[in-house]
Design a protein around this ligand. Structure first.
Ligand code: FAD
Length: 295
């Protein structure tokens, strides 16, 4: 059953926990998604809300929010492929693969997103990303309102970016590479611990503020300018990693002020224009440069 929540507080839909009021949020099950897609226009689809920040103003587009699947749902081996529902969490996929002795997803245990969004934004870490073992995706094309498959060879993937546009990913198919389960568990745990020791967790954040510029690290540049611990309103730069913001009772506009300041200071000092990794949804009076398109 699909529930429509009117005038909903958007802070409840993102891991950063800020944003204004959304006109209508469609709360649905993964199996309802293909049905609703043919029926509504002017929508934004969310995964876990871990790479987006809503403006503090009213958001008038429809928002599609799929209720998370349980950790054992949505993953199957179909002939020689791993078939994964777009709403499976990255971490569930990673641990499922470790149990089955399937390698290639060890990096994904610490990414708090869902597979559809992770492919859309080519999420990754520790030198790996979601484009690596991908064979094809099953999508809804918002322009033609049709369903179809796209081979991964027909998608351009680069660092935290794909050429997927105006499409909703419903399923993904990955190639299967077997290894010893104990090796996969060990590597998954090692990478997860590495991530936990260098980045904030258990706190309201949206992950990296900026993408790393070529041959450099956004966190290192921001650190050198003394941003660690910097605070504006109810948002502060993490003490653990200067490329992460933490919401300690603030708003999106507090975060945007810091993001713009970071971008300006790095440009002045290093002549490097940092590109935001977080996606901005809604109307903003001011935005950092290169803030990307919303879906
Ligand atoms: C603590 C923390 C650590 C993180 N670590 C990493 C990391 O190591 N590496 C990394 O790359 N990212 C990282 N992130 C960022 C984030 O988890 C990833 O970008 C993730 O892929 C976002 O998934 P999501 O489901 O939360 O997407 P959302 O934030 O809900 O959406 C992101 C974008 O994807 C679109 N989208 C959502 N679902 C679909 C779909 N089915 N089809 C098409 N488009 C869709 C949305 O419209 C939106 O534009 C981290 C975030 C946090 C909070």
């Amino acid at each position: 059953m699909i529930r429509i929540l009117r005038n909903f507080q958007l802070k409840n839909l993102t891991t950063f926990g800020t944003g204004g009021i959304g006109r209508s949020v469609y709360l649905l099950k993964s199996s309802d998604l293909p049905v609703i897609l043919g029926e509504i226009d002017d929508f934004v689809i969310l995964g876990n809300g871990s790479n987006v920040i809503f403006s503090d103003d009213y958001f008038s587009k429809n928002i599609l929010y799929v209720i998370p699947l349980s950790s054992s749902e949505g993953i199957n081996i179909v002939s020689d492929c791993l078939e994964v529902d777009a709403n499976v969490s990255s971490s569930a996929l990673s641990w499922w693969c470790a149990r089955k002795g399937i390698s290639g997803f060890e990096f994904a245990a610490g990414i708090p997103g869902r597979i559809g969004a992770c492919i859309f934004g080519n999420a990754g870490c520790f030198g790996s990303d979601f484009s690596k073992n991908l064979k094809r995706i099953f999508v809804f094309d918002c322009a033609s309102k049709t369903f179809g498959e796209i081979d991964s060879g027909d998608i351009q993937f680069s660092y935290r970016k794909s050429s997927i546009k105006d499409k909703v990913i419903l399923k993904a198919y990955f190639e299967i590479n077997f290894d010893k389960s104990e090796n996969i568990f060990a590597k998954t745990l090692e990478l997860l611990n590495k991530k936990k020791s260098s980045q904030p967790h258990g706190i309201k954040t949206f992950g990296s503020v900026f993408k790393n510029p070529p041959d450099n690290w956004a966190g290192k540049l921001l650190d050198s300018l003394g941003f660690r611990g910097y605070k504006f309103g109810g948002v502060r730069v993490s003490e653990k990693h200067a490329n992460f913001l933490e919401n300690i009772g603030g708003s999106t506009s507090d975060a945007v002020k810091i993001i713009k300041l970071m971008q300006d200071r790095v440009l002045e000092s290093y002549n490097i224009l940092l590109e935001p990794e977080v996606r901005f949804l809604g109307e903003f009076k001011e935005l950092p440069i290169l803030s990307g398109d919303e879906l």
